[in-house]
Design a protein around this ligand. Structure first.
Ligand SMILES: *Cc1c(COP(=O)(O)O)cnc(C)c1O
Length: 374
């Protein structure tokens, strides 16, 4: 049994003929940039998410950067983000000379704590970046209310949760990434909707913002060679768009398969006092980008090592929270008081999670975890 954190090889085998044909068609046409596959994918993703505009770009990090640029954020402005996230969320803030202000997360959902958000708001705050971490939707209703009250932009980092939905208290549902002024995602191969290289996209319902996002991603131009603003060069390759069109049609099924694997894990670990399984918030349709346990009463690192000895991969997302990264030293954030973030960093471990996990593998993984931690 060859176990992987994410098994893209087996997933590809099931869609091989479709994907190979689509990639070949792009090569035969020799139209490698733009074209009907990029536009078609943008339209299909907009339909899927229920948003007006999808603007494809080169990767998820660019998507976040371009979003902040389009909102006109400037050095001196403050942006509220969790520290418990992948570095890209925060890196783009720092790159633009904007000040990141870190907030703590809830220990059950791994997402932004709302009181922490309220307390972090100052007259300089311009935006909040909620991160739908591990595939769980942030509690958007109170967050949107806070943002509205203080007139703040909400830019969703949806890189880990595409396909997830949020349910409002009145029963209406909305796809994650479609609730903020701009939503951003990544099509990195291991994401829930991944291509075969790098890719990303931005979503918005605002026509003027959509125009700006498109311009910034394209050297600040609308009319060729007439550059209105400083932008960058951030495109989704046509070959990647062709792959994504195929995988988007399977996204709901992929989410379902991840949830099936999560169900198996949950059941197997249910009665173990040393293991806390991922909480599923009632407002969130969890799409399990990661399946992340919290281990108590047993050394998490020893568990990881002993799993590795049995050929079971696992990952620590993330071993160092953003506020403690050397990269951000100059912002003086290392002293931020984020007790839950600090606590989680030593307890979490993510198990293999992907669309191809079979019962035999799940049985072996869960049995091994239980045997090791006793
Ligand atoms: C993957 C990821 C990104 C960045 O995406 P890339 O395509 O790798 O640039 C941003 N935020 C989060 C939370 C991610 O998981």
């Amino acid at each position: 049994m060859q176990l992987q954190m994410v098994d893209l090889k087996r997933q590809y085998q099931k869609i091989k003929s479709e994907v190979d044909t689509a990639i070949n068609n792009v090569i035969e046409s020799a139209a490698f940039i733009g074209g009907p596959d990029v536009n078609g994918f943008a339209t299909e993703l907009a339909q899927y998410l229920g948003v007006k505009h999808v603007i494809p770009c080169a990767n998820g990090t660019d998507a976040l950067q371009i979003a902040l640029m389009a909102l006109g954020l400037k050095p001196g402005d403050e942006v509220i983000t969790p520290s418990y996230t992948y570095i890209a969320t925060v890196e783009v803030v720092a790159l633009l000379g904007i000040t990141p202000v870190f907030v703590d997360v809830d220990p059950d959902t791994f997402t932004m704590n709302m009181d922490s958000v309220k307390n972090a708001i100052t007259p300089k705050t311009k935006a909040i970046i909620p991160v739908h971490l591990y595939g769980q939707a942030v509690n958007m209703e109170p967050l949107l209310a806070i943002a509205k009250e203080h007139n703040l932009h909400v830019v969703e980092d949806n890189a880990q949760a595409i396909g997830s939905t949020y349910t409002f208290s009145n029963g209406t549902t909305c796809k994650t990434g479609a609730m903020g002024i701009i939503g951003c995602t990544s099509f990195f191969p291991s994401k829930n909707l991944g291509c075969y290289g790098d890719g990303g996209a931005m979503f918005t319902n605002d026509d003027e913002l959509a125009r700006k996002l498109k311009m910034i991603a394209n050297h600040g131009q609308e009319k060729r060679y007439y550059h209105e603003m400083v932008g960058c060069n951030s495109r989704l390759d046509t070959i990647q768009a062709a792959v994504l069109r195929i995988k988007l049609r399977k996204l709901d099924q992929y989410c379902y398969q991840r949830r099936q694997a999560a169900d198996y894990y949950d059941k197997a670990f249910k009665n173990n006092p040393k293991i806390t399984t991922p909480y599923r918030a009632p407002y969130s349709y969890h799409v399990f980008h990661q399946y992340t346990l919290q281990i108590e009463g047993f050394d998490r690192d020893v568990l990881q090592q002993k799993l590795a000895e049995r050929g079971i991969p696992s990952m620590i997302y993330y071993p160092v929270p953003c506020h403690k990264q050397n990269m951000l030293k100059e912002f003086g954030v290392a002293s931020a008081v984020l007790p839950t973030t600090d606590m989680l960093q030593d307890k979490v471990i993510s198990l293999p999670m992907h669309t191809e996990l079979g019962e035999e593998e799940l049985e072996f993984i869960t049995r091994s975890v239980i045997e090791i931690i006793g």
